[in-house]
Design a binder for this molecule. Sequence first.
Ligand SMILES: *Cc1c(COP(=O)(O)O)cnc(C)c1O
Length: 499
Amino acid sequence: MENIMYKSTRGHGGELTASQAILRGLSPDGGLYVPDRLPRFDFTMAEAAKFDYRELSYRVMRQLLTDFTEEELRAACLGAYDSKFDTENIVELRRAAGAYYLELFHGKTIAFKDMALSILPRLMTAAARKNGVEEEIVILTATSGDTGKAALAGFADVPGTRIIVFYPKGSVSRVQELQMVTERGKNTSVIGVRGNFDDAQSGVKAIFSDAELGERMLRAGFRFSSANSINIGRLVPQIVYYVWAYSRLLGGVLGDGEPMNVAVPTGNFGNILAAHYAGRMGVPIGKLICASNDNRVLTDFFESGVYNKNRPFYTTSSPSMDILVSSNLERLIYELTGENETKDSAYMRGLSELGTYTIDSGERAGLSGFYGGAADEGEVAEEIARVWKSDGYVIDTHTAVASRVYGKYREATGDATPTVIASTASPYKFARSVLSAIKNTGEKYAATDDFELIDELERTSGIKIPPAVSELRTAPVVHTRVTEKTGMKTAVEEILGLR
Ligand SMILES: *Cc1c(COP(=O)(O)O)cnc(C)c1O
């Protein structure tokens, strides 16, 4: 196996092994770690078709996380992708309404973030052992809803780790809040913040960069780390399911070497970047369709080469895509500049100082493999209804954004290449929007209790409520702590016994 090292997109992050990059998360120069090269897969797609998900994830990861031993990687894959998932295959590919829906929501929190967050804690603890880190790792996260529970579920009771999650009290859905506050892991803490997501996020950033606290932490045997989506340990596991999807279409739908398109509902640009990496490593991919909701900053970027976050922020029915700064895009920008850290840094300075940057025409040419498109709220509801009517298949709001944008792409180009749509959440996570779209009565169910809606969706769709949702009805609330935004640091100190 060739040795792969990791470097920062901004040029001053050193040369790290994979395990060091996973421990560090973000580079100290503000950049993101990228592999110094992307190897070609050392197996064929026909061979991949014979591997189960665990074996395939091991085969992919060992080519990128080269300083981990076979034993470490196999243990991580087996431990992560097990009966926590509600299907033996771990992911599923469903044909409906003219496309193939790649269901990535069969894990503990019924959203695709489980695919990476089930394995990241295992990679991180193995990385800590390899690098002689003796402190207990404390994962600190602010969440707007989905990431928090996926991280809690991933790190729960993982020896050598603790996890503290802050969420904006009152701005997450009832199901999302229950998922978090009923978390039973003994090393977990969940705290509501009186404020919005930005307050929680800035509070966490302030705690991370508090040098005095950092020193007291080290003396007490703790060290902070981050599980957010810029960590290379989240990106690599996401490459796997694109290989899996291609290999499952091979033979029947696709002939050897024939391309598939991939459509991805995009927020932070992590999931679609993984598809792009899968393509560079050897999965035959035609177009990568990058789908946005009303927050169409990426659509505009693909159309014009101008990234501009100076625009209104919309709250939509696909909240995990309500984002104006797509952090992982920096990895693609770095690639487009021909790995020029000076240019990358200049663009990112433009983004932080002026809120915008414009790539040059040579760099734009490098975007030819992508198509950017957006779907508004009305189109999302129509798409959920269309897919339901045509095949009795229910998709969630995020998946519907990608599904609708794929429809637009196909209309505009006539491209009939078989297309895989990343299906990122179970419809049960967003029952209110999904049900009003299917029923199409204009009813918004504003006053109806979430669990009544969930029952109604089950009666309407005939799809069984996932255990991850039904168990919330009776699960005891374990976490009741609420703090002012000024009290976040104190809360962390108390949890860790530092005061
Ligand atoms: C996080 C998330 C997305 C966006 O994925 P990115 O990797 O951030 O682009 C889409 N859908 C759902 C349901 C998510 O939770």
